[in-house]
Design a protein around this ligand. Structure first.
Ligand SMILES: [Zn+2]
Length: 241
């Protein structure tokens, strides 16, 4: 009898603990980090410092994302199956045909893609489909590094929490739409006294993928700016849906 008496309260306790923890799990489900593959590497930028360093830390803060960074395009294929958002920040070539096809299949499957600063350039003469379909255009030039204004043009989850206008030192990319591409929805324009506005933050109207174009990001002045950090976190969240 003595044994039974202690056994029953013990079972009840287990039951209560079990119910409580399952209830907590339902009320506050632990959010899994978004799996991001970030590709950097190429010319003119300190990819290790600003993308592999600062941007990865920005995205991983508070468990928002789990980022795999690579500057070796031959490794993209091995990671892509396990990726929710592909963050391209490279201006080095992605020469492998199978990898190029896999990136397009990733888009066709409705996944998320972020195209950051160097990846908005017309980088590859032998891959025109990249600019036409993924970027819906691209840049062939930019202002000399210096100060310009960024003005948000509409409300969107990608720009939520950002100031409606701000200025920074960066390269003002001359992004131009390709009329043969899927088109873009402009979320912000960049301009200064000498330069007419160019799209700075935009959504590419790809029929399947969620693609965000971010023209900002040459160096510290962008990557350490709170508005930029809010932007890339929003963009990854929105693209992962
Ligand atoms: Zn740059």
């Amino acid at each position: 009898m003595h044994r039974k008496k202690t056994f029953i309260p013990f079972l009840s306790l287990l039951l209560i603990l079990g119910l409580t923890s399952s209830l907590i799990a339902k009320v506050n489900p632990a959010k899994k980090p978004i799996k991001v593959l970030m590709v950097g590497g190429g010319s003119s930028h300190d990819f290790d410092k600003w993308y592999k360093g600062t941007d990865v830390a920005t995205l991983e803060k508070d468990g928002l994302a789990e980022v795999t960074y690579t500057d070796d395009p031959s490794t993209i294929l091995q990671y892509l199956d396990d990726t929710e958002v592909l963050f391209l920040a490279n201006n080095q070539p992605i020469p492998d045909e199978a990898t190029r096809k896999a990136i397009f299949a990733f888009a066709d499957a409705g996944k998320g893609i972020i195209l950051a600063h160097p990846a908005l350039w017309y980088n590859w003469n032998d891959w025109p489909e990249y600019n036409k379909t993924m970027v819906s255009g691209g840049s062939r030039g930019h202002n000399a590094y210096g100060n310009f204004n960024v003005d948000l043009t509409e409300k969107h989850p990608v720009t939520k929490g950002m100031p409606t206008n701000f200025s920074l030192d960066d390269e003002l990319y001359y992004y131009k739409e390709d009329p043969a591409g899927p088109g873009i929805e402009i979320l912000a324009l960049a301009s200064n006294a000498e330069t007419d506005p160019f799209p700075s933050i935009f959504i590419v109207k790809n029929p399947n993928a969620r693609i965000v174009g971010i023209a900002l990001g040459h160096d510290a002045a962008a990557h350490e700016l709170e508005a930029y950090q809010t932007l890339i976190r929003n963009a990854v969240k929105w693209a992962a849906k």
